[in-house]
Design a protein around this ligand. Structure first.
Ligand SMILES: C[S@@+](CC[C@H](N)C(=O)[O-])C[C@H]1O[C@@H](n2cnc3c(N)ncnc32)[C@H](O)[C@@H]1O
Length: 318
């Protein structure tokens, strides 16, 4: 493992913590002391074509997440948490899926219906499409479209897509190594219109929420009501939906999550002075916030630019 920076006096685990490390999360996590982590909070690549995942197959992506989850069985302390921020994959291409078709019933240039075309063909079984068009007062192309249902947005030649739920996979991989889904929150961000090519025509919703899945390693979970104020408990600590605007600028990292999200997870799920890690640290949001909240911290990323950003940001924390 390659240590990119050391910061501040470490309270324990001096060699491992309070640094940003460049490397593959799997090899770095395997070298951490067992039972030393109170909270691991991370947002992995989502398999949606970002630059750092462009060359991966779906099974590469699954293997990475499964391996990273399995490393947590050893490094989490008993009663410790692994919190994963992830979205569902909204347009997952699936070759094996039968094609579904969208028939936009408003705004057709020609009002001739499929039923009318079928009826005309029944009455004139020898007529070709051009002749049927003449009979119905429409073009040959309209006849063909009505018959083949191929005026389909998304294109009849493109691979159909479906929604892929990520939480089920995470929960399955976690249970395989003895971590259990303890809680989940919805992070309601603002709508991401750019990712929502389909919403206007297909009834698909715009992309406006993600999940935080919270897994526990069985043991004694220490509850401390004083961690949040009464107002904070009622406003978000005990609430299932967190309304936090997403990070709009992309200058630091193309998939940065908001400091407020990290702050809530860290304050809720780790004690002061505890150890918080992020194996996909990106621009260093988790480490920046963890340090500011007086936790020990460790960030890992395989990308050298992300590491440089995380180092600079975490060192600058207040
Ligand atoms: C969704 S981003 C994390 C963004 C971060 N939460 C933030 O606020 O900036 C995922 C990060 O995982 C990193 N990554 C991808 N594969 C990795 C691996 N095998 N080991 C470590 N980091 C990896 C990418 O370089 C990217 O920075």
């Amino acid at each position: 493992m390659q240590a990119a920076a050391l910061a501040g006096p470490a309270r324990h685990h001096e060699t491992a913590y309070n640094q940003i490390v460049r490397g593959d999360a799997r090899s770095v996590l395997r070298n951490l002391p067992g039972g030393s982590v109170d909270l691991s909070f991370w947002s992995p690549p989502y398999f949606v074509g970002k630059s750092y995942e462009r060359d991966w197959s779906f099974s590469d992506w699954q293997q990475l997440l499964q391996d990273v989850i399995s490393c947590h069985a050893h490094i989490l302390r008993e009663g410790g948490f692994m919190a994963v921020n992830i979205g569902d994959i909204l347009c997952f291409p699936d070759e094996s899926m039968p094609r579904y078709q969208a028939n936009n019933i408003r705004g057709k240039v020609n009002s001739v219906t499929r039923e009318q075309v079928l009826e005309a063909r029944r009455r004139h079984p020898d007529a070709n499409r051009k002749e049927l068009g003449r009979l119905l007062g429409c073009s040959e192309q309209t006849v063909q479209r009505r018959l083949e249902n191929n005026n389909v947005r998304g294109g009849k030649h493109q691979t159909p897509t479906k929604v892929l739920l990520t939480g089920c996979m995470l929960a399955e991989w976690a249970e395989q190594v003895g971590l259990y889904l303890y809680d989940r929150r919805i992070w309601h961000k603002d709508p991401c219109w750019a990712n929502s090519r389909w919403h206007s025509n297909s009834y698909r919703a715009v992309d406006e929420f993600e999940h935080v899945y919270i897994f526990v390693k069985p043991g004694i979970v220490e509850y401390d009501r004083q961690r949040l104020s009464d107002d904070e408990w009622s406003e978000w600590g005990s609430r299932g939906v967190w309304q936090i605007p997403s990070v709009r600028r992309n200058c630091r990292h193309e998939a940065e999550f908001p400091e407020e999200l990290a702050a809530r997870v860290i304050r809720l799920l780790s004690p002061e002075g505890g150890t918080v890690i992020d194996p996909f640290v990106g621009s260093g949001t988790t480490t920046f916030v963890a340090k500011a909240l007086d936790r020990q911290w460790l960030g890992i990323d395989m990308d050298s630019n992300a590491v440089a950003t995380a180092v600079e940001r975490t060192h600058a924390s207040w």
